[in-house]
Each structure stands twice: as C-alpha cells, then as structure tokens.
Design a protein around this ligand. Structure first.
Ligand SMILES: Nc1ncnc2c1ncn2[C@@H]1O[C@H](COP(=O)(O)OP(=O)(O)O)[C@@H](O)[C@H]1O
Ligand SMILES: N[C@@H](CCC(=O)OP(=O)(O)O)C(=O)O
Length: 366
C-alpha cells in the first residue's frame, strides 16, 4: 500500500486521456468512455477540486465524418483530420459534462505555449479565470501547428507541463494499460510496477510502441512522469476504467510520487521548447567535467563558439564527437565568449572569468 494522499487530497488535478482509451477497436470515438469520464470529473469538480482535462481524440472523431477507415498516416491528413474532429470532440464533451451541470472550455495549446515566457502567463491567466468561472478547461494540442507533437504523441508531455503551469498536486495519465510494466505487457514475465520513485533510475523496456491509435507509447508517459514529479506533481499512470479509484488514492496503476525539489519553469523551457541561439563546441576535458563531476562549463573548455547570442540566451553544448551534451543559458554574449574561449582564469587578462554556462542554468541530455 502506498500513501497516495497527494492524489486523494489534491486541490488541483490534471487528467490526461489518450487516443487508445477514447477509441473503439474500429478506431472511432468511444462515446461511452466520454460519458464516464465526464461523470467522474464532474463529481470531482463538484467537490471543489480544480480539474483540467487534457484529451487526445480529435483525429479519431474525424474518421466517420471523413469516411476514413483508419487513422491517416501522413502528417497533413492527420492535421486536417484533427481540425475536423476537434469541434466534434469538444461537442461530445460539452454535452456529456452538461448532463452533470458542468461547463467546459476548449484550449488548443502547444508545448511552446505553456513554456515560452511570453505566452505562458496568458495561458495561466486564462485557466485561472476559467477556474474562477467554475468552468473545466479541456486541452488538446494545437495539431495544426504542433507538427512535432502529432508525431510523438506529446499530449503526455503537454499534460505534464500543464500540471506544472497550474501547480497541480496530481496528474493522472489514463491509457489502455493498467500501469507501467517491466516490458511490454504481452511479454512473458513482464511485471507491473506499483511505485516508481525516480524515473531516471528506471530500467524498463518501453521500446515497443503503443497501441494502434496512440502515438507515444510508454516512452512519452515516462517523460511526462519525469517532468511532473520534478515539478512537484505526483503522478498516477493507469487504466481509464480505474479513474475513480485512482482519484480516490487507491492502489491502482503505477504511482510516481512528487520529488521534493521543484525544477524551475525556465529550465523546463530550456529542455523542451527553447530554440538555441548558439552552439558551444567543447573539448574532452569539459565533457568529462560536465558529465562526471557535474561542474559548470568554463570558457577554457570551449573550443568554438557558433551563432550570435546575448548573455542569458539559450545555447546548445556540443561534445568533441559532435554529440549534443546539453543546453544552458549563456554566461556571455557570443562575441565575449569567443575571446574567452580556450583561456583559463589563471592567464593574464582572463582572471575575471565566469562560467560559460553555469551548472544551475544547464540541463544535460540524458
Ligand atoms: N513497459 C511497458 N508497460 C506498459 N505498456 C507498454 C510498455 N511498453 C509499451 N507499452 C505499450 O504502450 C501502450 C500505451 O501507449 P499509447 O498507445 O501511446 O497510449 P495512449 O493513446 O493512451 O497515450 C500500451 O497499450 C502498451 O501496448
Ligand atoms: N492530438 C491528436 C493526437 C495525439 C495522440 O494520439 O496522442 P496520445 O493518445 O496521447 O498518444 C488528437 O487529438 O487526435
């Protein structure tokens, strides 16, 4: 038995439901499921919990009206189908929640929108106002522009970032499996994990991709659990049939308790949404210092500076074999760094050096 009061006593909850649990075996939308979700979330809302629903299913909702037999494979048709299906999907939700007297709103967002400094505040203000108006926000990716997301099934990651945005206490990731297994659930001997304390330490096989209609499989769910727990949000990953039990804090699915230390939003933006303005090529000594001793990157280890950036702008750190090592906020402008690169702070004229990228504003590639 794990203590799941973080979920059962949560004041703010984000629930994400994937295509796999919203669709029937023929790929069409499962209206029964939508009705049950609306019922469970309306009950939660009725108890005063702030609820956000992140939902996939726009493409599935478009199959019947477009006369498609299965989910399209090419990106343009997926985007067009999502545009057709989104209005239908929200109408189904709207009707289903109305049965319980609950109003809903539709928000189409990208990962960038909830992280980019200029847009995240608008997203947060809108959601906060919807909460005060007693409306349940329903979020899907803006598939028209989020080409990366549509390919990788990033509603998982979007949901984690939304949980971070609204400072949720709990994130419930619903799928067609009842938790995380040590290997694909069809594999003989695969066992379900009840609790995962640290996603980074996990040794499970998630290589087999997800269901026919879902896109990200377990990999994106684990990334989402990692982001959320590092943002102080506890996560339950479980079967859509178990939603009520998961919300009640019962021992269903796989539980990922929140980590103690919250990762600031600026670093999440750096990891997931920032466009680097420069590239710092570093030598083998610097790579060792970054990876082994978790040191800051000093100008002495920088071999070459590419791109034009101001101090504080995002840069990519590249290893001696051209491998990406991580990202960070530059401690210098590109011009200043170019003149410090390769020099150490005990050389005359370079004694006032600061790190090229300080450890506290750096994220390493896994
Ligand atoms: N180690 C694992 N544990 C559980 N499920 C796994 C694992 N590896 C792969 N999977 C697959 O991931 C699927 C869920 O991902 P996906 O289809 O993308 O779901 P959704 O549409 O709900 O986001 C499961 O149905 C299962 O087939
Ligand atoms: N955003 C799209 C597809 C996203 C998708 O399938 O994601 P998921 O179900 O999380 O694997 C949709 O609404 O159909």
């Amino acid at each position: 038995m794990t203590n799941r009061t973080a979920v059962s006593q949560a004041k703010r909850v984000v629930v994400k439901v994937g295509s796999s649990s919203l669709t029937l075996p023929d790929g069409h939308l499962d209206h029964e499921r939508i009705a049950r979700l609306a019922e469970a979330l309306s009950a939660l809302h009725g108890r005063g919990v702030r609820v956000v629903l992140v939902t996939s299913g726009a493409i599935a909702a478009a199959l019947a009206p477009l006369g498609l037999r299965r989910r399209p494979r090419d990106l343009e048709t997926q985007q067009a189908a999502a545009a057709v299906g989104m209005g239908l999907l929200i109408r189904h939700y709207s009707d289903a929640f109305a049965e319980h007297g609950v109003k809903v709103a539709q928000l189409l967002l990208t990962v960038e929108d909830v992280l980019r400094p200029k847009t995240y505040r608008n997203a947060l203000n809108t959601i906060s106002r919807l909460f005060r108006l007693d409306v349940v926000p329903i979020i899907n990716e803006n598939d028209t522009v989020a080409t990366h997301e549509i390919r990788f099934g990033d509603n998982d990651r979007l949901a984690a970032l939304v949980a971070h945005l609204v400072r949720a206490d709990a994130l419930v990731l619903l799928s067609d499996v009842d938790g995380l297994y040590t290997a694909h659930p069809d594999t003989p001997g695969a066992e379900k994990l009840a609790v995962v304390e640290d996603v980074a330490e996990l040794k499970v096989d998630t290589s087999r991709l997800g269901s026919r209609v879902g896109t990200g499989g377990m990999q994106t769910k684990l990334q989402a659990a990692d982001i959320a727990t590092q943002a102080g949000v506890s996560v339950v990953l479980g079967h859509a049939n178990d939603l009520e039990r998961a919300l009640a804090g019962e021992d269903v699915g796989t539980y990922f308790p929140a980590r103690k230390k919250r990762r600031p939003r600026r670093l999440l933006w750096l990891a997931f949404a920032a466009e680097p303005r420069g590239w710092l090529h570093v030598d083998a000594g610097a790579r060792r210092a970054l990876l082994d001793t978790k040191a800051s990157l000093l100008p002495a280890g920088v071999r070459e500076v590419k791109g034009t950036f101001a101090e504080g702008e995002p840069v990519e750190i590249i290893g001696p074999d051209n491998e990406p090592l991580g990202r960070g906020f530059a401690g210098y402008s590109s011009a200043e760094l170019a003149s410090e690169a390769g020099h150490s702070s005990n050389e005359a004229g370079h004694t006032n050096q600061r790190p090229a990228v300080h450890r506290d504003v750096m994220i390493l590639t896994d």
